[in-house]
Design a protein around this ligand. Sequence first.
Ligand code: SF4
Ligand code: SF4
Length: 149
Amino acid sequence: MSRLNVIKEDPWYKDGLKFTCTQCGKCCTGENGEVWLTDKDVDLFAKGLKISRQDFLDQYTSKVFDKTLLNKKTNGDCIFLKNKKCTAHHSRPAQCRSFPYWPSSLKSKETWEGLKNKCEGIEHKDAEVIPLEEITKNLSQVSDRNLSF
Ligand code: SF4
Ligand code: SF4
């Protein structure tokens, strides 16, 4: 019987990626601002805000079918965005924490570079190289989700 050896190729970004968040706030507003929450995200928010899970769900989220969506203000900004800054930085959900290392962004060099139009931190001239380990850690938080920006 032959043994099947699965050879895992290095990802195209194995040498890291240049990124820094300039805090422009663009990913937290408008049509880009749909933020879906897991149960773990809800727990983190509730803990950070020092309120119960139920109060958090009632005050800050909406139910879309069986999914939990973070509410937005009428202008399209995320409910936690103030002066282009996230006021819930330490409680922000996996979707926000892992950006821009989403499966859809990392599909290829082209998809990564295509995001430059939407996120000015990608390949920013002052950005440091984010190592593969950090990219992989972020990606693993949302690897089973179909997120796009
Ligand atoms: S769009 Fe990019 S640079 Fe701007 S706040 Fe979002 S992650 Fe940071
Ligand atoms: S929770 Fe914070 S990081 Fe996430 S979309 Fe809202 S303001 Fe932006």
